[in-house]
Design a protein around this ligand. Structure first.
Ligand code: CP
Ligand code: NVA
Length: 301
């Protein structure tokens, strides 16, 4: 059997994604009941981090431990990856010793090259282009609070970044409409938009975008690796802030999500995280359950 990878949401079928999100809620119940479930006993995951992380590292490491396995943190500072060892050699060697590899890095091509040379599943834990693991948690959170997202309207406010790209993929795989409100010059990848043009709509008006929406999502204005653009972006993104007042233009039962970390006073108002429509902390916790469902899907036959 060929090795399955999870580099974008397109690597799984719509049915597989739906089942995975439902399974994530079951795994959450199992953990909340205090039941021990260890399908990955003696399995090892390598976690390669070339960018910072709180949620991704803690959720994968805790998830592997709860499943009876082990997770190993690798930073480029301490491995030969940081000294220029070819990705293909690293992939062949690391994958010969472990059962699954998770990578957070800058270049999406690097993750693709690693996967092409890996004998075990590779999981994209964020690249400059995509963040599919976050979308598993976001979809699980929507399903848990409001039921099926099929046919709903989601609005993305802010940068056309890695999270926005994954929302475009999610719109296709979970069958929802996606409004994107971003400042000029910060549009998402236009090829991706074009491929999904029957369900993805771009506007410059946050208020127009959120009208009739069931879910509103945002993210930082400057992503990891764009720190030097912070000041310039703060000016260009003025007006693209999600606040309770903006949420009032959405549907009455609309939810608010943010992958975190959040910058209060920039992409969200000071009070948005604590607004009753915000489910950001459930969303963050669901990283654990959704990724356990992903690990089970990739590793338990
Ligand atoms: N949302 C997310 O991926 O968080 P971390 O950067 O803390 O992993
Ligand atoms: N777009 C953000 C997401 C962080 C989880 C970044 O890439 O830094």
């Amino acid at each position: 059997m060929t090795t399955r990878h999870f580099l974008t949401l397109r690597d799984l079928s719509s049915d597989e994604l739906r089942n995975l999100v439902k399974r994530a809620s079951e795994l959450k119940d199992i953990r909340n009941r205090g039941e021990v479930y260890e399908p990955l006993k003696n399995k090892v995951m390598s976690m390669i981090f070339e960018k910072s992380s709180t949620r991704t590292r803690v959720s994968f490491e805790a998830g592997m431990a709860q499943f009876g396995g082990h997770a190993m943190f690798l930073s480029p500072r301490d491995t030969q990856l940081g000294r220029g060892e070819p990705i293909s050699d690293s992939a062949r060697v690391i994958s010969s010793m472990v059962d699954v590899v998770m990578i957070r890095t800058f270049s999406h091509k690097l993750v693709q090259e690693f996967a092409a040379n890996s004998s075990v599943p590779v999981i994209n834990a964020l690249t400059d282009e995509y963040h599919p693991c976050q979308l598993l948690a976001d979809m699980q959170t929507y399903f848990e609070h409001r039921g099926d997202i099929q046919g709903k309207t989601v609005t993305w406010i802010g940068d056309g970044n890695n999270m926005c790209h994954s929302y475009i993929n999610a719109a296709r795989q979970f069958d929802f409409k996606l409004n994107i409100a971003c400042p000029e010059g910060f549009d998402p990848d236009m090829t991706l938009v074009e491929e999904n043009k029957e369900r993805v709509f771009i506007t410059r008006s946050p208020q127009e975008a959120v009208t009739n929406s069931d879910l509103v999502v945002t993210d930082v204005w400057a992503s990891m690796g764009q720190e030097e653009e912070q000041k310039e972006r703060e000016e260009k993104f003025t007006g693209f802030q999600v606040s309770p007042e903006l949420m009032d233009h959405a549907n009455q039962d609309a939810l608010f999500m943010h992958c975190l970390p959040a910058h209060r006073g920039e992409e969200i108002s000071m009070d948005m995280m604590e607004d009753p429509r915000s489910v950001v902390y459930d969303e963050a916790e669901n990283r654990l359950h959704a990724q356990k469902a992903l690990l089970e899907f990739l590793l338990v036959k």
